[in-house]
Write a protein that binds this ligand. Structure first.
Ligand SMILES: NC(=O)c1ccc[n+]([C@@H]2O[C@H](COP(=O)([O-])OP(=O)(O)OC[C@H]3O[C@@H](n4cnc5c(N)ncnc54)[C@H](OP(=O)(O)O)[C@@H]3O)[C@@H](O)[C@H]2O)c1
Length: 335
């Protein structure tokens, strides 16, 4: 029987593996207009933590229910079909759940995937998937990088952050990454290619560290963290700065913190804008093509951490949330 990972309890505070349960589920019957996919890769995304809490749910997604499979973006292959657009063998990207088999009707961010022969399938759940789209579209549409800009990225060692840093660097910017540990900061400069990395471990006073790292101020802040980090960075802006609000991970498992330095946006003529990657769905094919070229040319590198097998999913998700993993966190399912 196919397995799924259910939400066993609504997490409070830091998510734990015991919040999830791996269960066996009956293989679904396929009604007319539907198709069944066998999932190959799960994308583990920090944003989904928001919708795991009790009472969660907003204009974007419904809150997750207990004893239901945990929502996720996945890559799968059609194994049975009664849908005209999804023949058996088609690869599919979809927002469904942590399950070995998913029954779909082609809605909800579902689309056939044309994977290039020379790309690993996992690339389509990282650089060539929603993570890469988020990095590219947020940076280019809202950040609008120019050569010489100082770009600061929070959660810089994660899935989105490792791509944003490389893209900003390729655009001629000076890149500064914010991370938790000194070891991750070292990796960020040595391997990912950030010009500078500031860790909370080595530099608990972020405000002072930013004054030293960017004495002229920050042109672009690509923010994945929110809360006090955003509030602090807002005090070090360059005239005409752009603040890309991508995520607020510091607020997903804790009390929401106030952001008080909005006056700085006025005097610095700065612009702060949030976005969801799915706003730009029409641009995905062109962005994927551009990113494939960069990957082939070796001008962009995917940093990922793959966990094997559905039973590893709870641990993988917790590792990603706590910062124990680096780059894009994925679960690869057995054949
Ligand atoms: N707007 C969109 O369309 C969109 C799409 C995708 C993702 N996102 C957002 O982008 C952000 C990154 O997502 P991702 O999937 O790429 O995750 P990720 O960056 O791979 O993983 C999350 C990282 O955030 C850091 N972190 C965790 N708690 C933190 C805290 N309290 N303060 C500071 N840093 C903390 C950890 O790294 P450290 O070791 O550095 O602490 C952790 O590894 C999330 O906020 C997510 O919601 C937005």
């Amino acid at each position: 029987m196919p397995r799924a990972v259910n939400l066993a309890r609504h997490p409070t505070g830091a998510v734990r593996p015991e919040d999830f349960e791996v269960v066996e589920t009956p293989r679904p019957e396929v009604p007319e207009g539907w198709f069944l996919i066998k999932n190959r890769v799960f994308s583990l995304d920090a944003g989904f933590r928001q919708w795991m809490s009790a009472g969660a749910g907003d204009n974007y997604l419904t809150g997750m229910q207990l004893n239901e499979p945990v929502q996720s973006i996945v890559l799968g292959e059609v194994v049975e079909s009664r849908h005209p657009d999804y023949a058996v063998g088609t690869l599919v990207n979809a927002r469904t759940a942590w399950e070995e088999m998913s029954l779909l009707d082609g809605t909800d961010l579902c689309s056939p995937l044309l994977a290039a022969d020379d790309m690993a399938l996992s690339e389509y759940m990282s650089t060539l998937g929603p993570t890469g789209m988020t990095a590219w579209l947020g940076l280019n549409h809202i950040g609008q990088p120019k050569s010489g800009d100082v770009v600061v990225v929070s959660a810089a060692g994660g899935a989105v952050g490792t791509i944003v840093g490389q893209l900003a660097k390729a655009a001629g910017c000076r890149t500064i990454g914010l991370v938790s540990s000194a070891a991750k900061a070292q990796w960020l400069t040595d391997e990912v290619g950030y010009d500078l990395a500031i860790s909370r471990e080595a530099h608990p006073d972020l405000a002072q560290a930013l004054v030293e790292a960017a004495p002229e101020g920050i042109d672009i802040f690509f923010d994945n963290v929110g809360g006090s980090v955003l509030n602090t960075v807002m005090q070090h802006l360059q005239e005409g700065a752009r603040l890309v609000l991508c995520g607020a991970i510091s607020q997903y498992e804790a009390e929401v913190e106030p952001v008080s330095h909005t006056w700085e946006l006025i005097t610095k003529r700065a612009r702060m804008e949030g976005f969801m990657f799915s706003d730009y769905i029409d641009e995905f094919p062109a962005v994927i093509e551009a990113m494939e070229k960069l990957l082939r040319a070796g001008e962009l590198k995917t940093f990922d951490q793959c966990y094997q097998g559905i039973e590893q999913t709870p641990t993988a998700f917790c590792d990603m949330m706590s910062g124990a993993s680096r780059g894009k966190c994925l679960v690869v399912l057995e054949d």
